[in-house]
Design a protein around this ligand. Structure first.
Ligand code: ATP
Length: 350
């Protein structure tokens, strides 16, 4: 069952609609990522859930209890929801232990033990007496998470918590935050515009666009079976090619390809991922010219110009983990099924 249920959430600022009816279900104990481009309304949604903003309409239910609804606005401190803000925002004049203990009752005899437990959970045992200025950015974020977990919330909201960290550190702090949330059983909602972060960290990804959630599902589902062309492009690199469906098969300049979902005959667009493009010997695939390569270490992108039947030249991005092509001319094969989006009725050619 869902712990957090959002139905038809709307919010406007100065007559400008920012949230236009957000629906979202987040299961208990899951870490959900709300992924969307800058300005789509992610932070506003988080603030409505936290109680810092009043929704214009719609309902939020937490564990079966309505916290937002017509005539209902439970104050933030009564929601059992805490927030990890963008840059930790620790109290600079308080020690690590005092920051973590901030949300705990002063007279609670278990207070000290709880702080120690939480610091251990985020990998900072022994840091109790340090001041925030004596911590790295990653350590500050861990303390901010420990502080958010201290009052035993049902939900922790994380607003782009890793954006100020450098790339190497970001991956390890992300993994630790995920582990700490799972260890406590708290449900997490992470706001990000970074698709890699959302796909690699979350159990559930909700893609937002223009104030609505356009698709929510597992990272694999959102990446492999995107709802529409915009989601396909937003969640990863996409090779987009004109296509026709006939008898359940997509016909493209690259040949006939299997489709992920059953589809009716029609004209539209096929989308595949660069890792589905395999470089083979020139004689074993469609002939292609290597236009550019970008080496990332763990893999590389190779931009190819494929010569398709009928002398159609098609630019295709390939992601390879093997050796980079040693010759200008190579062969290309496509593996795995592709997504398919029919052209909307009345639309012109792509
Ligand atoms: P980012 O990733 O850049 O933080 P976002 O998806 O989180 O973007 P929001 O911060 O929710 O987007 O903002 C959505 C829109 O609402 C923006 O156009 C923003 O200017 C506007 N907005 C947000 N808060 C207010 C406010 N208090 N008053 C007026 N407009 C606001």
């Amino acid at each position: 069952m869902s712990l957090l249920e959002l139905r038809g959430i709307t919010k406007s600022f100065d007559g400008q609609a920012v949230l236009r009816g957000v629906d979202l279900d987040i299961p208990s104990g899951a870490l959900a990522a709300v992924l969307g481009p800058s300005g789509c309304g992610k932070t506003t949604l988080l603030r409505v859930v936290a109680g810092f903003e009043r929704a214009g309409g719609g309902t939020v239910t937490l564990g079966g209890r309505q916290i937002v609804g017509p005539g209902t606005h439970v104050p933030p401190e009564k929601r059992r929801i805490t927030v990890v803000p963008q840059e930790g925002a620790l109290f600079p004049h308080l020690s690590v232990a005092e920051n973590v203990a901030f949300g705990l009752r002063r007279r609670d005899p278990a207070r000290r033990g709880r702080v120690g437990e939480l610091l251990e959970l985020v990998g900072l045992e022994g840091y109790e007496r340090r001041m925030p200025a004596e911590l790295s950015g990653g350590q500050q974020q861990r303390v901010a998470l420990a502080r958010a977990l201290a009052p035993d919330p049902q939900v922790v909201l994380l607003d782009e918590p890793f954006s100020a960290l450098d790339a190497g550190l970001r991956a390890s702090v992300r993994a630790d935050v995920r582990a700490a949330l799972h260890a406590t059983g708290a449900t997490g909602v992470l706001v990000t515009h970074d698709q890699e972060e959302a796909l690699s960290t979350a159990d559930l990804v909700a893609v937002m666009r223009d104030g609505v959630v356009v698709q929510a599902g597992t990272p694999q589902k959102v990446y492999r079976v995107p709802q529409d062309l915009d989601v396909a492009r937003f969640v990863g690199e996409a090779v987009v090619i004109p296509a026709t469906v006939r008898d359940g098969v997509v016909w493209t300049a690259l040949g006939s390809l299997p489709i992920i979902d059953v589809a009716a005959d029609g004209v539209g667009t096929a989308v595949l991922r660069p890792e589905q493009v395999i470089i083979v010997d020139e004689r074993d695939g469609l002939p292609a010219r290597v236009l550019d390569t970008v080496f990332y270490g763990h893999d590389a992108n190779v931009l190819l110009e494929v010569r398709c039947p009928g002398d159609v030249l098609l630019p295709v991005m390939c992601r390879t983990q093997g050796d980079l092509p040693q010759t200008e001319m190579v062969g290309v094969r496509i593996v795995g099924p592709v997504s398919w989006f029919p052209r909307p009725a009345g639309a012109g050619a792509h």
